[in-house]
Design a protein around this ligand. Structure first.
Ligand code: G4P
Length: 526
């Protein structure tokens, strides 16, 4: 098979949701369909249990498991599907954001009882930044949930995306009978059964067919006809281009735990979801069909074996063919590296692979040369754009407790930052080091790993900070003047970029008002 065919059969996506909406359950069912796992419960172990978050060792254990399930590849209907796992735990939200840079589309799970929740809103913002196509799966229809019209309205309103139901529920909770698939014009009857694999489909292309009454009863049939008439009147026909542009989210209803509606979702996904898309570098757009290999690192998983300090870098192939054992240019280092031990991920196994194609994820064993955002090419020098860091809101000052181990601490901190665990800011004045994170859990993880992997002992002291934001200005003099004026509050991030460290929201606002020539950025890419 040639490059073009390999690209056409690939679908690389991620599932996003607020914790508990059913992401793990849905993942598992998709893998069952793809034949990648045989038993339910196999994926569950990947989930970091919210209730066990104070238990650090538990997290370490989970981290070990999660490397195998970071990327789950499976085949379905002649397609090669790559499902990228996104950690559900909110303290690892940055990891999720970065993973989303490596997918071509997402499936968003929403709990029909709870509706759109905060984490979904945040994740959707990231999708919107990159115009990622989204399909929505409204889950847990076996429970008494909210009115489906309300749910659709809420998605449109809170997530700022148009919706189009492609299936419609018949009843809900106790009265839930199934869905009518508007996409394939089939009635799918619900049966509460966690073990079954496929749903029973009844072909009803014309809803006025009296057969409908036979299956769902008179009142439900009447209601469904009314609903479908209304939907068809209100919502325009499915426009694939709008979906591809990330402006329209097709919506499916189902119950993941009962394996209901999952196949509908998967079938439609395979039909409409995008194949690997072009990716931008600083200079140009790279088409997947280009013959030369390019790829970028979006995730690093370290500490596979603490004795050897090795780690796995996850690389998304963007164009051409990746061949194991070839020399590739590490653009940031301007140096060629040979990767002889590339790994692919099939469900829960890792296997050595000889080649990979656009849309695929390869795992490269690394001893510290690669970091998040790095580009690999066959010689071209451009760097891929788009692995942003977000302005953190939780800060601690790093206090070194063992002066003899300063070097180790610096190295450890630097490597942990490469993995994207947190962000390090160094104040211009006095070189104080401050770490900013998305979730408190990160401090515990860092402290533990600095001790165990680098033999450095640190303490994280509270520091009065509200936000760190990157600054720039079209007027260089204005920027210089600002840095001088606010020198006590200026730091550098790991790349040396200027950062303003604001102590409070009100003060931040005042500074913004007083310095109109300075741009304050809340994402590191601007
Ligand atoms: P997450 O990864 O998004 O955090 O959610 P997860 O799949 O773990 O699902 C959260 C809970 O919701 C689980 O229950 C799961 O069984 C349940 N669930 C998922 N899909 C459905 C559904 O369609 N209907 C209903 N009623 N429940 C659903 P749990 O009690 O936390 O775990 P478990 O003991 O059932 O495994």
């Amino acid at each position: 098979m040639g490059l073009v065919e390999e690209i056409q059969k690939r679908r690389t996506f991620g599932i996003i949701s607020h914790p508990d909406a059913g992401k793990t359950t849905l993942t598992e069912k998709l893998l069952l369909f793809g034949g990648a796992i045989q038993t339910a419960g196999a994926v569950k172990s990947n989930k970091i249990d919210r209730h066990a978050t104070s238990d650090f060792m538990e997290i370490e254990k989970q981290r070990g498991i999660s490397v195998a399930t970071s990327v789950m590849g499976f085949d379905y209907r002649d397609m090669k599907i790559n499902l990228l796992d996104t950690p559900g735990h909110q303290d690892f939200a940055e990891d999720t954001y970065r993973t989303l840079t490596a997918v071509d589309s997402v499936v968003m799970v929403i709990d029909c009882v709870k509706g759109v929740e905060i984490q979904t809103e945040k994740l959707m913002e990231v999708c919107r930044m990159r115009a990622t196509p989204v399909i929505s799966f409204i889950n847990k229809l076996d429970r008494e949930g909210r009115d489906p019209y309300d749910l659709l309205d809420e998605i449109e309103e809170k997530l700022d995306i148009k919706v189009l139901p492609l299936s419609w529920p018949i009843g809900m909770g106790k009265t839930f009978q199934g869905v009518y698939n508007l996409y394939s014009k089939k009635l799918v009857l619900f049966e509460s059964n966690k073990q079954k694999l496929a749903d029973e489909h009844i072909e009803i292309t014309d809803l006025s067919d009296p057969e409908l009454e036979k299956w769902v009863g008179e009142s439900a049939a009447e209601q469904l006809r009314e609903d479908v008439e209304l939907i068809e009147g209100v919502y325009p026909e499915f426009d694939p281009e709008e979906y591809m542009a990330g402006k329209l989210a097709p919506v499916f209803f189902g119950s993941a735990v009962n394996n209901f509606g999952v196949q509908e979702l998967l079938d439609c996904f395979v039909d409409i979801a995008p194949q690997p898309k072009p990716r931008s570098t600083e200079e140009r757009e790279v088409e997947p069909e280009e013959n030369k290999f390019t790829g970028f690192v979006f995730k690093i998983h370290a500490n596979l074996d603490p004795k050897h300090r090795n780690r796995i870098a996850f690389v998304r192939v963007c164009s051409g063919k990746f061949a194991r054992g070839s020399n590739y240019l590490h653009v940031r280092h301007d140096k060629k590296f040979r990767f002889s031990n590339a790994t692919a991920f099939m469900a829960q196994q890792k296997e050595t692979i000889d080649e990979a194609w656009p849309g695929d994820i390869v795992g490269l064993y690394d001893t510290g040369n690669l970091k998040i955002g790095d580009t690999l090419t066959e010689g071209e020098k451009g760097l891929f754009k788009g692995i942003p860091s977000f302005s953190p809101e939780i800060f601690r000052e790093v206090v070194n407790l063992d002066a003899m181990k300063t070097k180790q601490m610096d190295k450890g901190l630097s490597q942990l930052m490469d993995e994207g665990l947190a962000q390090l800011f160094t104040f211009e004045l006095g070189s104080r080091k401050v770490v900013g994170v998305v979730g408190m859990l990160q401090f515990e993880v860092m402290q533990h790993r600095l001790k165990n992997e680098y033999n450095a002992t640190v303490r994280f002291d509270p520091i009065n900070l509200f936000k760190a934001c990157w600054i720039s200005s079209k007027d260089e003099k204005a920027l210089d003047a600002f840095v001088k004026d606010k020198y006590r509050h200026i730091a550098r991030d790991k790349e040396g970029k200027l950062v303003f460290m604001a102590e409070s929201r009100a003060w931040m606002q005042m500074v913004q008002d007083n310095f109109p020539d300075i741009e304050f950025h809340f994402v590191s890419e601007f």
